[in-house]
Design a binder for this molecule. Structure first.
Ligand code: HEC
Ligand code: HEC
Length: 249
């Protein structure tokens, strides 16, 4: 399909869809995938994302950096992370997500170089920690300023197609877009394995794909606006159990 056919397709879809009630039940992206993908996610032996989880668990216990310490040396078993809440405000008041917190521990506490956003090792650690939280909703800090900023970004029209996140993930839920079904755009499966990526990807990488889909400018991974949206999404999907690693088309 050429890029030019997107607007027409979307306009038709917007026209026939009915706006969803604000209190619509929260549904995981898992509900909108194919039965084959659902099965793959739910079977740890078939879920390709478990490879990153296993590697992240190993890295958790490995000495890293000049301080010669492992994550476990300070934090104990990775299971101790089950109740953490991200994004949160750092000491300087800046919002940080889980990836940024891990990088901060590497640099400040381990005297190790940062791993880099979207590096396989940072994805692995993030996935392993989120996996330790699996099965229960993650607690969300109700920071109104941050959540409101994320909600504003979510509602803003952007790009050549002049579409907001909410246009697709609230008004077009359940509609087909090319070979995908539009879900509520929930964050509970991330980092997630995407067949199209042939690998694991962060939530912010997914945001970049959605920005590109409407011809909008892409923000850097870990940018303040993406962390604000991440916070809003955590709050918006606060009843959904963590499912990391999700599997997606
Ligand atoms: C043109 C429609 C469209 C727009 C606008 C859009 N997305 Fe998406 N988004 C999709 C499609 C299609 C997918 C893949 C199928 C699915 O899970 O919805 C997706 C997936 C996602 C997912 C992953 C959901 C999952 O469970 O795997 C998240 C999170 C997300 N979008 C967030 C956003 C955010 C934030 C914005 C605004 C910056 C946005 N999207 C804008 C179409 C859109
Ligand atoms: C030398 C000790 C030390 C090491 C090693 C260390 N951390 Fe930390 N970590 C801390 C301290 C202290 C805090 C709390 C203060 C802060 O936020 O910086 C923290 C906070 C965290 C948090 C947030 C916990 C919460 O309750 O919100 C996460 C997640 C985390 N670290 C992950 C890691 C990972 C992953 C590694 C290994 C790559 C690591 N840490 C290595 C000392 C350490």
């Amino acid at each position: 399909m050429t890029r030019g056919t997107w607007p027409a397709l979307l306009l038709i879809a917007v026209g026939i869809s009915t706006a969803l009630a604000a209190d619509q039940a929260q549904r995981s992206g898992l509900d909108f995938t194919t039965p084959g993908i659902r099965q793959m996610q739910q079977d740890d032996f078939a879920n390709p994302g478990m490879l990153w989880v296993t590697q992240g668990q190993a890295l958790w216990n490995e000495a890293q950096g000049a301080a010669g310490k492992s994550c476990a040396a300070c934090h104990g078993a990775i299971g101790s992370m089950a109740g953490i809440s991200f994004p949160k405000r750092g000491k300087d008041g800046m919002a940080v997500n889980l990836e940024a917190q891990i990088e901060q521990c590497r640099v400040e506490r381990m005297q190790a170089p940062p791993l880099g956003f979207e590096s396989e090792r940072l994805l692995g650690l993030t996935a392993a920690i989120r996996h330790a939280m699996r099965g229960k909703p993650a607690p969300v800090a109700e920071d109104r300023a941050a959540i409101d900023a994320g909600a504003r970004y979510y509602a803003e029209k952007r790009g050549r197609l002049d579409l907001a996140c909410a246009d697709c993930h609230e008004r077009l839920v359940g509609k087909h877009l090319r070979d995908e079904v539009i879900s509520q755009g929930q964050a509970n499966g991330f980092p997630a394995y995407r067949l199209r990526w042939q690998g694991l990807g962060s939530l912010h990488r997914r945001f970049q794909v959605c920005n590109q889909a409407v011809g909008a400018e892409v923000s850097p991974l870990g940018s303040p606006e993406y962390i604000a949206v991440e916070w809003y999404l955590a709050w918006r999907g606060r009843n959904l159990p963590v499912e990391t690693p999700g599997v997606r088309q």
